[in-house]
Design a protein around this ligand. Structure first.
Ligand code: ACO
Length: 406
């Protein structure tokens, strides 16, 4: 990598890299991603090991604090999350100001951006002060985003809110808030909670993707954690980022509705036409298997089997994957399944409706946002993110009074 810090501003030198595809915007100790070889590690730990041995809360701790917690620290972190699980009554009113048909992501970003009003001591827009209260702010952010998503689901689906329980682990508490009816317990299957843990863990961080870079960019202006995360959630709402798993499910459903087993669709996907792309395949960075796709693909089989679900969309997905992996078009372009290829099928099995998929991604990505914001806030040599551009507009010209304009 070339360090261009010395070439800044006064030299007149501007490196043009459309969409920053090959620009390192920061130094980071959080996540290592090697797209060529399909490697993903958080704080040095391979994603495969974390997926097998860890859970979402422990991995969140690792990503945020840099080390796996010991028993005492894990307990303390869990207690902090539990303490901040409930959503303030006044905040419900913010939610209820939205029509129930509004986008859940718009509701989520609005609620997160309102957090500084409820926790002014955690969001002073002064790095030094905000870092002193960082542990509490991080717990508020992770725990509330999870509870907000459940509350948004209940609100948009016309259901009464279910409040968190102090004695439930993080993912079980989410399932309780989503699916319990008042006075009637949600029957918690350990498989569902395990699948949810895995899904969130696999989304916990992914280097400088669009929304995480947004968090860093906003944070670089000394904006507080909640403001930065709210901006990240807006970036995540775009269909090219957080919405890709919805596109995969729509594609699988339409293949199913047309009575195709995937064969006809694969042929169409090779046309080079963007509208018939094989959604869930290809990635801006991976030129190999997305390691998360391998894990989630295998988990799909186990989870659906354990839950006794035979989802025809999973069969279609498997057919598509097999066909693509043997097809020269996909092989020569290094197009492999990405995490979105199977994540929707798992969410559907858990009972999460498609309109909530991207909000689930936001819960999962919260630790990554928090850790990246912390890196920005803790960097004594940090500077505001301020990229340049290559100007291609009009050259200098003189002002023309309105009456003289053609
Ligand atoms: N299906 C069919 N052809 C594809 C696909 C696909 N999914 N993806 C890329 N191609 C083809 C392109 O048509 C192009 O072919 P050409 O060389 O003959 O012109 C070639 O592969 C390279 O395509 P690019 O668009 O340059 O690849 P890039 O790396 O820029 O794009 C992207 C990556 C946007 C993810 C793309 O692969 C895609 O659209 N995939 C489907 C959408 C998707 O799954 N997005 C989720 C990404 S993961 C995430 O955001 C969490």
């Amino acid at each position: 990598a070339i360090d261009t810090r010395r070439l800044r501003a006064s030299s007149g030198y501007v490196a043009y890299d459309q969409g920053y595809g090959n620009t390192g915007s920061c130094e980071s100790e959080i996540t290592y991603l090697d797209g060529e070889h399909g490697v993903l590690r958080h704080r040095g730990y391979p994603i495969e090991q974390l997926a097998t041995h860890s859970d979402f809360v422990e991995t969140a701790y690792l990503i945020i604090y840099g080390e796996l917690p010991n028993v005492a620290k894990r307990k303390e972190f869990g207690l902090r999350l539990r303490k901040h699980a409930a959503i303030e009554t006044q905040m419900q009113k913010i939610l209820e100001g939205f029509p129930t048909s509004a986008s859940p992501m718009a509701m989520l970003s609005a609620m997160v951006s309102a957090l500084p009003a409820y926790y002014p001591d955690l969001a002073t827009n002064d790095f030094e002060k905000d870092l002193k209260n960082f542990d509490r702010a991080a717990a508020v952010a992770i725990s509330k985003v999870r509870s907000m998503v459940a509350m948004i689901y209940r609100y948009t689906h016309g259901l009464p809110y279910v409040f968190p329980k102090q004695d439930l682990p993080f993912c079980d508490n989410f399932l309780h808030m989503m699916f319990s009816e008042p006075y009637q317990e949600y029957e918690r299957l350990p498989e569902v909670s395990k699948a949810l843990n895995l899904l969130l863990l696999l989304h916990a961080d992914h280097e400088q993707n669009c929304s995480t870079s947004t968090v860093r960019m906003v944070g670089s202006s000394a904006a507080n954690l909640f403001a930065s995360m709210s901006a990240g959630i807006c970036a995540l709402s775009g269909p090219l980022h957080g919405g890709a798993n919805v596109a995969v499910m729509q594609m699988l459903q339409s293949i199913h509705d047309e009575g195709d087993d995937g064969t006809r669709f694969i042929a169409a996907a090779k046309s080079g036409n963007k509208s018939t792309r094989l959604m869930g395949f290809g990635h801006a960075v991976y030129r190999n298997f997305d390691p998360r796709a391998k894990i989630i693909g295998e988990a799909c089989d186990t989870v659906l089997k354990r839950l006794g679900i035979d989802d025809p969309l999973l069969h279609i997905a498997k057919n598509l994957e097999q066909a693509a992996l043997q097809d020269d078009y996909f092989i020569s372009r290094k197009l492999y399944p990405n995490v979105d290829f199977y994540s929707g099928i798992i969410m559907r099995a858990i009972g999460i409706p498609m309109d909530m998929f991207t909000t689930m991604f936001a819960i999962g990505r919260s630790p990554g946002y928090i850790a990246n914001w912390k890196e920005v806030a803790s960097n004594p040599k940090g500077r505001i993110y301020r990229p340049r551009q290559v100007y291609v507009g009009a050259t200098e010209r003189n002002y023309v009074p309105i009456a003289e304009r053609p």
